[in-house]
Design a binder for this molecule. Structure first.
Ligand code: GDP
Length: 363
């Protein structure tokens, strides 16, 4: 699962992308980072890791990581060939969710491509390009599906119905996002159309250094807009965050205190993107490492084991599981076991957020 970062030029995308992906991750451990320069690994800070570490002595602590793709090139008219034209499409099709950076900071030294700061206009500009790209995609998919439908293919007939519903929304200036189907087959068919405006969106409001509380007029309008769409907003000051990301932990703590923040807004942002992607975490905790692993909400124990290694999923026997609260109450894994709180779970078990696990498997 991966998220893409979009936004007009000069809104602070690169500043944010660099700060998010610079935060202490050895990118050589994440092969995707070394292959493509616009792909980065983002650590997801989780205070529960420190709680675990305070009970289980360990050599290292490894946070969960999510994949972020920098999608450059969306400007007004991109779908008609302006700027880099449609090149953004190939990157954005494959992402599972979109984070949309919106400029809310005023700074006369930084040119705005539209000449003034107006986050709602900017959101609409990007949305329009994505909707136009979707319309083009719908039209070409209709042509293909019609051909297949002529052979009596039932799937193609259903696809055509869904495409018609999408086209109707897009033509009315509405993103496909609002369309949903209870029927799992239809929902899957809709996902497979890979329409850009069907992807979940999180707005990142890039706020002024002197409005770190995020209560200014621009960001307030973004919040209102997101609320109307049932979406979320995270307010960050990209410039400040990029400075924070370069400091060691002591200096960072000092700077945070001086500006009145409890933690970097990037931490809040990373967690929000993680949630947007539908992830929750489980932990493995031992002498060698305490580590958070991303797993889709609703995943089973074998699927969770498969995140560590595909062999673990194939050879899964059972999982030994306890909760963070058990650790806080009993102080050690042995005491949890002695108290009969260590659960043994089988193949059907659905992982809960924050489970601490050992997997037993055949190789
Ligand atoms: P991109 O084109 O969207 O990738 O934007 P950049 O990240 O390259 O930023 C464009 C310019 O805006 C750079 O000069 C940044 O230093 C500046 N910038 C980014 N974030 C902020 C911010 O929060 N406040 C201010 N004042 N300037 C910012």
């Amino acid at each position: 699962m991966e998220a893409g970062i979009v936004g007009l030029p000069n809104v602070g995308k690169s500043t944010l992308f660099n700060a998010l992906t610079a935060a202490g991750i050895a990118s050589e451990n994440y092969p995707f980072c070394t292959i493509e320069p616009n792909v980065g690994a983002v650590a997801v800070p989780d205070p529960r890791l420190e709680t675990i570490q305070s009970y289980i002595a360990t050599q290292k602590v490894i946070p969960a990581v999510l994949k972020l793709v920098d999608i450059a090139g969306i400007v007004r008219g991109a779908s008609e060939g302006e700027g880099l034209g449609n090149q953004f499409l190939s990157h954005i099709r494959n992402v599972d969710a979109i984070t949309h950076v919106v400029r809310c900071f005023e700074d006369p030294d930084i040119t705005h491509v539209e000449g003034s700061v107006d986050p709602i206009r900017d959101i609409e500009t990007i949305d329009t390009e994505l909707m136009l790209a979707d319309l083009q995609s719908v039209e070409s998919q209709v042509v293909k599906a019609k051909k297949t439908a002529r052979t009596g293919d039932k799937e193609a007939a259903r696809k055509l119905e869904i495409l018609a519903a999408c086209e109707q929304r897009l033509a009315a200036g509405e993103p496909v996002r609002g369309l949903s189907y209870d029927d799992p087959g239809a929902a899957k068919a809709l996902r497979e159309l890979q329409l850009l405006t069907s992807k979940r969106v999180l707005y990142i409001a890039n706020i002024d250094e002197d409005d770190l509380a995020g209560t200014g007029e621009h960001v307030t309008r973004v919040r209102e807009r997101a609320a109307a769409e049932g979406g979320e907003v995270v307010a960050v000051c990209a410039r400040l965050e990029s400075e924070l990301a370069e400091l060691d932990s002591e200096d960072r703590a000092e700077m945070l205190q001086s500006v009145g923040l409890e933690e970097p807004a990037l931490a809040v942002l990373a967690r929000a993107i993680y949630k947007l992607l539908g992830y929750q975490s489980y932990f493995t905790a031992g002498e060698k490492e305490v580590r958070a692993w991303p797993v889709a909400i609703g995943a089973t124990a074998p699927q969770a084991a498969g995140v560590i290694h595909t062999d673990f999923e194939r050879g899964f026997i059972r999982a030994e599981v306890y909760a963070l609260d058990d650790l806080v109450e009993h102080k050690s894994e042995k005491a949890i076991r002695d108290a009969g709180k260590l659960r043994v779970e089988g193949k059907e078990y659905r992982m809960r957020d924050g489970d601490i696990c050992h997997f037993l498997f055949n190789v």
